[in-house]
Design a protein around this ligand. Structure first.
Ligand SMILES: CC(C)(COP(=O)(O)OP(=O)(O)OC[C@H]1O[C@@H](n2cnc3c(N)ncnc32)[C@H](O)[C@@H]1OP(=O)(O)O)[C@@H](O)C(=O)NCCC(=O)NCCS
Length: 195
């Protein structure tokens, strides 16, 4: 990353120093905070605030991030502006396994695959290239986590920005699934990386 971009009107983000690294348990609190801020941005307009809050509390807690950082079946990456203090700008989570959702299995197969389970970037850093750097590192991490395996993701059908981002980086639409947020059912598209 070698560009300096102005964003959010007042803040400067130096992309030449922004870096992606594996997250550790020490990042758990900060990443849970970033997740609470960014998860609502991925939800469709009809999602209720209570359902989103329940999802954040149960699925995106610091303990969850600590477990992912320590898991051999996951890769948790953070992109940050180095400090001090370092500022986390985004994170990505990969998980390897056999699909446990029938619709996903229909779309991506029943063998072991890698899911890009999460990729979230702070609103201040969206549109700056930070997400592309994070995704590039996630693609590399996927080849280490499970060499040769299909990489797939699900994202809300109304999340046009994320889908455009994924298409731009080589993902193609292969199916649909239902994703439950705080007890509410949402329609996701399923995409696979086709590079
Ligand atoms: C998804 C995300 C990581 C992508 O990062 P980003 O920095 O926004 O991505 P980029 O700006 O590089 O790419 C987004 C593309 O969508 C386009 N776009 C923006 N708004 C759009 C919209 N409403 N409809 C369609 N395309 C849109 C942009 O123009 C850009 O394409 P371009 O580079 O060809 O111009 C980031 O937006 C994010 O964290 N969003 C909130 C959380 C989320 O939805 N995460 C994904 C969950 S599956």
């Amino acid at each position: 990353m070698a560009r300096r971009r102005r964003f959010a009107g007042v803040t400067h983000l130096d992309l030449s120093t922004t870096r992606v690294r594996a997250a550790t348990s020490d990042d758990a609190e900060a990443l849970a905070g970033l997740a609470a801020l960014t998860f609502p941005l991925a939800c469709p307009p009809g999602a209720s605030a209570d359902a989103i809050a329940a999802h954040v509390a149960t699925q995106l807690s610091p303990d969850r991030f600590r477990a992912w950082a320590a898991s051999a079946a996951h890769a948790l990456l953070v992109v940050e502006e180095p400090g001090p203090p370092a500022r986390p700008l985004g994170y990505a989570l990969l998980v390897v396994g056999v699909p446990d959702d029938a619709d996903v299995a229909d779309a991506v197969g029943r063998d072991e695959v890698v899911e890009l389970s999460k990729i979230y970037v702070h609103p201040d850093a969206q549109g700056t290239g930070v997400a592309g750097a994070l995704l590039g590192a996630a693609l590399d991490a996927a080849t280490v986590l499970a060499p040769g395996r299909t990489l797939w993701l699900g994202t809300n059908g109304l999340n046009a920005r994320a889908q455009a981002f994924y298409r731009k980086h080589g993902f193609v639409l292969v199916g649909e699934r239902t994703y439950v947020v705080g007890g509410e059912r949402h329609s996701d598209v399923v995409m696979v990386h086709s590079a």
